[in-house]
Each structure stands twice: as C-alpha cells, then as structure tokens.
Design a protein around this ligand. Structure first.
Ligand code: SF4
Ligand code: SF4
Length: 486
C-alpha cells in the first residue's frame, strides 16, 4: 500500500491543536495523513441533554453495580454484579447463572443484537451516539478537559484523565473478583501479579481509547458502522441536513444575495454544526459512515435558526421519505413501523418467549431417572430384589442443597445413592452440587425385601430438601421384580 504523509484534512477548530502522532488512513486514497485530534466545541440543546442523561445513567451503572451490596445466601458473593469465572458462576442481581446457562446467555445476546437492529432501522445509530462506551468515555474525558483545562492546565487535565482511567480499570476488575477483597489486596500489594498487569493494561487502554484514538475507533476499528449502513432504508430517521431548505447556503448579510435577489437557503454557513461535531465531519455533505447520530449538530443549528428567527430543524432526525414529502409539501407522516422493524421486533419477542420458560424451568430442581442399561433386577443373597437407575439432578435453587429421596408405590424400599466412579455411599441423600455446574449424575440402587415387588411396579421418586418441607421434584419410573408364580 502506498503510504505518504499529507496535510491533514480540515477538522473542527484544528488550528488551535498540536498534531497527534497518530496517522490516519484516508478512505479510498491509499494514503495516510497525520491525524489531527477532533476537539468539538461544547453545545447545548435537547440532544446534548439526552446525551448527558444517558452518560450519567451508564456511568452510574458501570461504577456502582459491582460495588452495590446485594444480600445472598452464605458462601455466595454479596455484590450485585459479579462474573466469577473461578467459581463458575455469574451473579446478576437476583440471578445466579452457571455454565449450564450458556443457552440463556446466547439468547440474551441474540435479544441484544435484535434490539440493536430494531433501533437501527428506526433511528439509525442512536446506540453509537448515546450509549456506546467508546462514545460515553470519550465524551466524559472531553468534558473533563473543557471544565478543568482553564483551571489546572494541560498537565492537570492529563493527570485527571489518568485518575479516571485507573478508576475505570479498578471497576472493570471488580466485575470479575469481589471488590470487597480485591481492592484491599491491590492497595496492600498482596494481589497476584496478573491482577496488576490487568490493572495497568485496562488503565492504558482506557486512556489511549478516550484521549488519543477517540473518534478513530468508530471510523476505523468498529465494524458496526459497516453493518448498520445496510440496515438503513428510506424510512430510517437519521441525522440529516435538509439541503432542500438550506441551499444555496451563504452568510446572512451576503451582498450577492441582497443585490441580485437570488434565492438563498436557510443555512448561513456559520460552520457551527461542524465545530460541535465529535467526529469532525460536515453533515451538510450528506449522510456519512463517520456520523454517529448524536444530534449535536442539530442542537447547534437550532440555536442559529432561533437567533435568525427561522424555523428549527434545518438539521434533524428525518428519513429520506420524510424529506421527499417535505419537498413535495405533503404533510402525511412517513411510516415508522415497516416489515424489517416488525421482523426484528418479532424475532426479539420470540427469543424472549423461548428463554424465559427455559430460565424459569432451570431455577427449580430437575431430576431424571432412567433404568441402568442392564435393566432387569438383581436378586441378592438374602433374597431381596435390587434395581439400579441412573439419576441426573440439576439443582437451580439459590443456593443448591442436599435432597432426600423417598419412594412412593414400594414399601419398604431402601435407596442408596452412589457417585459415579466412586464408592462413596450417600445413603438416600443426594449431595449438593460441588462442581462449577449445578448438574450431577449418580447411580441409584433401590432394594426391596423379597416378595415386596412382583413384575413391573410403577413407582414415584420424591425429592425433598434435607432441611424438610415439601418435595421439590419427582420422577416416575418402573421397578422390576420377579414375575409372580402362576
Ligand atoms: S449550523 Fe446550521 S446554519 Fe450553521 S452552517 Fe450548519 S447547517 Fe448551516
Ligand atoms: S454529523 Fe451531527 S449527528 Fe453526526 S456525529 Fe457529527 S454532530 Fe453527531
């Protein structure tokens, strides 16, 4: 690939900033330019307010959730959100998920993806503009810069950025190890070396992404803009410059317009929409891959329109069809719900309808009793009859616990539970799962005195918590005894 260093393309307020050493590819040219950081001018308006609120909620959730105390049974972590890979469980508020819940996790990922597609077909890249962590953290760092630079200077701002990056890294680690023990271990120097390695890596990554790379993540690294481009259609409402109304653009008091009486559009070419854009682009050039749909240019332009006494909305969320209708003077609203929005919405509901019963099923106790593959019965030396079964127990209770087994339809009957491959005898007690998964298999020996069971006898195994109470699961099976003598 040919590589050359050229003058950077114009960026908002570029002349005031020193050049970054990062080189940026110029799409389609095969060349690279020295990247000039985008430094958007702050603005106000309804989309800025919406962004602020979204940012507050996301940052609050991110920083608070792993530190929020959450009452759980003894032996389980007491924090609201924890992905305990070492222990094999994820603790999400009221839910305790194990490896057996991977299907549920896949369902949730699918619902999230469908949700993203659904909103994308309606209003374009609102996720990118308002909720993506890259956008939120970059926005936060820019706000810090703007608020503190006049007071503490560039060095102070950088120090503050490092502090926020470090706090972010600490919080990320608290998602994977209990914060109550992790933080003291880190600050007392007793944490494992890999913990410090992750801490440094996350701190550097946050600093790097939010201060040096910023908008380049969206334009060069993230695959989502490429995907979303094909999901946008003529009815998707994205941030659009209403060229039909704004052009021909020109300064308010431009003589040429006044003297010639030539028609002039509403755009006064003030450039404010470009100056506030966090991606450094000019939305008047048409919809672009780099546009994250944050609406800040619309806020800025509305302020200009207000000052000029013109109607707001020269830049606004609108679809191609809405623009066509506005040009034609048609007041009829463009459709919002179309086949593809309906399709994504329906798929989302379908996946939810599948995973909710799966999860509800899984939070109880599920047992499976099948005869041992030898089938039949064994006559012991004292004449008693024994059947052997394979027993599978999935204990989704929180916390799981030992269960007692009783047999209905066969009395008296002795039940003996054996762990597979081990000679451990648990009596009629199914021990609580000890591994990472809540499911365990056993051999179950059921023995009755001679003469108690003849032929095929239907039986029901009942599973009751060891501490007492009603049975939590039952399984039907058949006990096989000798055929009665004719
Ligand atoms: S802010 Fe509005 S008026 Fe100013 S240049 Fe942009 S589109 Fe034109
Ligand atoms: S063009 Fe407008 S909507 Fe797009 S990123 Fe820039 S400010 Fe946000």
């Amino acid at each position: 690939m040919e590589t050359a260093t050229q003058k950077p393309p114009p960026a908002n307020e570029a002349p005031r900033h020193r050049r970054s050493r990062i080189h940026e590819a110029m799409p389609g040219t095969g060349t690279h330019v020295v990247r000039r950081p985008v430094k958007p001018r702050p603005t106000t308006g309804r989309w800025r307010t919406t962004k602020n609120m979204a940012m507050l909620v996301i940052l609050a959730l991110f920083f608070i959730l792993p530190h929020l105390p959450w009452p759980r049974p003894d032996g389980q972590p007491q924090q609201a959100l924890l992905f305990d890979f070492a222990g094999g469980h994820a603790y999400v508020l009221w839910f305790r998920l194990g490896y057996e819940d991977l299907l549920l996790l896949m369902g949730l990922l699918l619902v999230s993806a469908m949700g993203l597609f659904f909103t994308n077909t309606l209003v374009g890249r609102v996720w990118c503009g308002f909720a993506c962590p890259q956008t939120v953290w970059t926005d936060l760092f820019r706000k810090i810069d703007h608020a503190l630079a006049p007071r503490v200077g560039r060095g102070g701002v950088r120090l503050f950025w490092v502090g926020v990056s470090f706090l972010t890294a600490l919080t990320i680690l608290a998602y994977f190890a209990p914060a109550s023990t992790l933080w003291p271990a880190i600050f007392s120097g007793e944490a494992a070396a890999f913990v410090y390695a992750f801490l440094i890596a996350f701190t550097l990554a946050t600093f790097f992404l939010a201060t040096l790379v910023q908008d380049m993540v969206c334009t060069h690294f993230c695959p989502w803009p490429r995907f979303q481009a094909v999901m946008v259609d003529r009815d998707t409402r994205i941030v659009t410059y209403q060229a039909w109304r704004g052009e021909p653009r020109g300064p308010v008091k431009r003589k040429a317009f006044a003297e010639t009486g030539a028609p002039k559009g509403d755009c006064v070419d003030c450039g404010l929409c470009v100056k506030v854009c966090p991606m450094g682009i000019d939305i008047r050039e048409g919809s672009q891959l780099a546009c994250i749909g944050c609406g800040l240019c619309a806020d800025a332009c509305d302020q200009v329109m207000d000052k000029l006494g013109l109607e707001e909305g020269l830049i606004k969320f609108s679809s191609d069809r809405e623009q066509e209708r506005a040009i034609a003077g048609t007041a009829a609203p463009a459709p919002r719900i179309r086949a593809r929005t309906f399709g994504y919405g329906a798929m989302m509901l379908l996946v939810v309808a599948i995973i909710v019963p799966v999860y509800l099923d899984r939070i109880g106790v599920i047992v499976n009793v099948v005869p041992d593959r030898t089938g039949g019965f064994v006559t012991l030396s004292d004449g008693s009859i024994r059947n052997v079964y394979q027993l599978g127990v999935q204990d989704g209770r929180s916390p799981p616990g030992p269960l007692r087994i009783t047999v209905d339809g066969l009395a008296p009957a002795e039940v003996l539970i054996l762990s597979p491959g081990a000679s451990t005898d648990h009596g009629n007690r199914v021990p609580a799962p000890s591994g990472r998964v809540n499911q365990e298999n056993f051999r179950m020996l059921v023995t009755v005195p001679a003469g108690v069971a003849q032929g095929r006898v239907p039986v029901t195994f009942r599973f009751t918590p060891e501490e007492g109470g009603a049975s939590v699961a039952e399984a039907r099976a058949t006990f096989v005894g000798p055929e009665p003598r004719q």
